[in-house]
Design a protein around this ligand. Structure first.
Ligand SMILES: NC(=O)c1ccc[n+]([C@@H]2O[C@H](COP(=O)([O-])OP(=O)(O)OC[C@H]3O[C@@H](n4cnc5c(N)ncnc54)[C@H](O)[C@@H]3O)[C@@H](O)[C@H]2O)c1
Length: 370
């Protein structure tokens, strides 16, 4: 018998830039020409059916005009496309078009596209590099930064995926001008979430400037894009793989993700998260970490973003409670929640412990508030 030890210690530098600005296509081309991603000449643009003509094709044509090999792969817009089946179709298309390890994936779109394209890139030919060109407020605030990539299954959202960091993220605020009002509001949920757990000054800024943001005022949007990034990357830098601190990014998502699935995606991600934030504010109040005024301020801010604050009647609450058990924070069959502390802070329960078990009875009781 023989035993061989394969020593593979990993030193990884996944450092990358997030560039925030207006119409960043040229910056993307300059970066490719300057070879900041390496000597790559083949690009697969992954986008969806709404974004393709607006931003996918212009980037594709720009790359072709510059002499690169490029293809554009499009899937039907919407959360329902974030599946293993669509991932497989994209991979098959890449193989058919003879892409191998020497290509790069460019995700052009919102969170569905960046989650999907990052996952495709992470497994295609055992991993090719990718960049995110984020075109929604939600992707800018959250999805495009941090390297979580995944698809949904019938049972749960985002449980099949990879941690896979992009080589660069471009946040093009000009693209928010073509988003409809409902999508802008949906994107605000993640911004409100960041303010709730990390930054009371941002919370106050949102209270004072919501109208400007909803009308895509350049200065206000640039401000929130910058603040969102700072909050998100500071958490991700400390805990990339969600072994503790990163769980705080789940604020509002424990209930939010479950409602999103039970609504059969009638609710947009941000709308579901907004309801989840309200639920978790009531939970924090019950546990003594928030007072009435703070809960009221949260509800008012969420309402001012034109987001829902209660569970719609068509949601089956029993199914919702069951769905909570598919959350990735569940341990030993117990539901776990992160808990907001006042406005702009989060409760730490021990060294690197940011989520605590909450019984189903307490969950049901709190749900009555919504
Ligand atoms: N990976 C993460 O860390 C993370 C974090 C938060 C959310 N997410 C995921 O992000 C997704 C939600 O993101 P989203 O709201 O951006 O979804 P999305 O990608 O579906 O975009 C929303 C809608 O807007 C359209 N669209 C995108 N950009 C547009 C533009 N500039 N102009 C006009 N229409 C445009 C899309 O076609 C789509 O219909 C969910 O799947 C969620 O799970 C991931």
């Amino acid at each position: 018998m023989a035993v061989f030890r394969v020593e593979l210690k990993r030193v990884v530098d996944d450092t990358y830039d997030i560039e925030i600005g207006f119409d960043l296509k040229k910056h993307l081309l300059n970066d490719i020409n300057d070879k900041i991603f390496g000597n790559i000449n083949k690009f697969v643009i992954i986008t969806d059916s709404n974004v393709v003509n607006l931003y996918g094709k212009p980037i594709y044509e720009m790359l072709i005009d510059a002499g690169y090999k490029a293809d554009i792969l499009v899937f039907e817009a919407g959360e329902k496309s974030k599946t293993r089946k669509v991932k497989e179709e994209l991979e098959d298309a890449m193989l058919e078009k003879d892409y191998r390890r020497d290509c790069m994936v460019i995700a052009v779109g919102g969170g569905v596209v960046t989650d999907m394209a990052g996952f495709v890139a992470g497994t295609f030919a055992r991993g090719v590099p990718f960049i995110n060109y984020a075109t929604t407020l939600l992707a800018a605030a959250d999805a495009s930064v941090g390297g979580k990539t995944a698809v949904d299954t019938k049972r749960a959202t985002n449980l099949i995926g990879l941690f896979n960091q992009p080589k660069k993220v471009y946040i093009d605020i000009d693209t928010w001008n073509t988003l409809d009002a409902r999508q802008i509001s949906s994107g605000m949920a993640e911004t409100i979430k960041h303010a709730c757990f990390a930054d009371s000054a941002l919370f106050e800024y949102l209270e004072e400037n919501m109208d400007k943001i909803l009308s895509v005022d350049k200065k206000a949007c640039e401000h929130i894009a910058n603040e969102n990034c700072k909050i998100k990357y500071n958490v991700v830098m400390k805990d990339e793989k969600e072994s503790g601190l990163r769980e705080i990014l789940n604020l509002g998502h424990t209930v939010g993700r479950a409602i999103e699935t039970v609504s059969n995606y009638q609710l947009l991600h941000g709308e579901a998260v907004a309801i989840g934030l309200v639920f978790e504010a009531y939970l924090a109040k019950k546990l003594g970490y928030m007072n009435d005024d703070e809960v009221k301020r949260m509800i008012n801010l969420i309402k001012s973003a034109k987001l829902p604050v209660s569970i719609p009647d068509y949601i089956d609450r029993e199914e919702l409670v069951k769905k909570l058990y598919t959350d990735k924070k569940v341990r030993d069959g117990k539901l776990r929640f992160v808990i907001q502390k006042g406005i702009g802070d989060i409760v730490q329960f021990g060294e690197n412990v940011y989520a605590i078990p909450i019984t189903e009875d307490v969950v049901r009781e709190v749900m009555k508030e919504l």
